[in-house]
Design a protein around this ligand. Structure first.
Ligand SMILES: C[S@@+](CC[C@H](N)C(=O)[O-])C[C@H]1O[C@@H](n2cnc3c(N)ncnc32)[C@H](O)[C@@H]1O
Length: 208
C-alpha cells in the first residue's frame, strides 16, 4: 500500500506539517469555544494534528487504514507516554468496526478524497458523534486530476465541490454547515511555476 511505503518518511515534508499544525490551531479554537473533551482523527497519517491537540482533549482516537502510519503513531505515543491517545488500524466504513465510543469532535485532513463512498463516510461520522458534536474536514477543492498525477493508480475523488459536500452532509443528518478557504498547496518549489491547489475547511454540526 502506498501509504505504508511512505509512512516512515511522511513527516519529512515541512508543508505537510505546516498545514496539519494550522489545522490543529483552528481545531483548538473550536475545542475551547465548545468545551469539547474527546476527538477522533480520521485518516490520521502519523498523527501530527492530534499530537498538537494532546493537551486540549481528554481522549483522542486516531484511525488510519495504513498499518505503517499506525506504527509511526504508536512509536510517538510510546515516546510521549500519551495514555489518553490510542491508534487503530481499521476500516471504519465496515459496520463490524463501529467503535463503542462517541466523540465531541471528528476531524480529518486530506483523507476525504481517498474514500470513494463519501455518503457512507459522512453517515459513519454522524453515527460516531455525540449530540451537538462537530465534524471538521479539510480537503481539496475540485481539481483537474493533476494533483495525483504521480500516482496513476489513484482512484479517489478529484477534490470536491463545496455545495455538493454540503448537500451530502445534510443528507447524513448534519446542520449548520460552513466552509472557508483554509490553505493552498503548491507542488513545485517555485510558486510562480506551480499550479495552486486550494483546500477548504468545512465544519458541520450534529443536532444537540
Ligand atoms: C494524504 S494522507 C493524510 C494523512 C494526514 N491526515 C496528514 O494530513 O498528514 C491520507 C491518509 O488517509 C488514510 N486512509 C486512506 N483511506 C482510508 C480509510 N478508508 N480509512 C482510514 N484511513 C484511510 C491513508 O492511510 C493516509 O494515512
Amino acid at each position: 500500500m502506498r501509504f505504508d511505503d511512505e509512512a516512515k518518511t511522511w513527516d519529512e515534508k515541512p508543508e505537510r506539517a505546516e498545514r496539519s499544525i494550522l489545522f490543529a490551531e483552528r481545531l483548538s479554537g473550536l475545542i475551547k469555544a465548545n468545551d469539547y473533551k474527546t476527538g477522533m482523527d480520521f485518516g490520521a497519517g502519523t498523527g501530527v494534528t492530534s499530537f498538537r491537540l494532546a493537551d486540549e482533549l481528554e481522549k483522542i482516537t486516531l484511525i488510519d487504514y495504513s498499518s505503517g502510519m499506525v506504527d509511526e503513531i504508536n512509536k510517538k505515543l510510546e515516546q510521549k507516554n500519551a495514555t489518553h491517545m490510542e491508534a487503530h488500524c481499521l476500516n471504519l466504513l465496515d459496520p463490524a468496526n463501529a467503535l463503542p465510543e462517541k466523540y465531541d469532535l471528528i476531524y480529518s485532513i486530506m483523507t476525504l478524497h481517498h474514500i470513494l463512498d463519501t455518503e457512507r463516510l459522512l453517515e459513519v461520522f454522524h453515527q460516531h458523534l455525540n449530540p451537538g458534536g462537530m465534524v471538521a474536514l479539510v480537503d481539496l477543492d475540485s481539481e483537474d486530476g493533476s494533483f495525483h498525477a504521480k500516482y496513476p493508480d489513484f482512484d479517489g475523488h478529484l477534490g470536491f465541490d463545496r455545495s455538493d459536500l454540503f448537500q451530502k452532509l445534510k443528507n447524513a443528518g448534519f446542520e449548520h454547515m460552513v466552509a472557508e478557504d483554509f490553505y493552498t498547496i503548491f507542488k513545485e518549489e517555485d510558486i510562480e511555476k506551480s499550479k495552486p491547489y486550494p483546500l477548504f475547511l468545512i465544519k458541520a454540526q450534529k443536532q444537540p
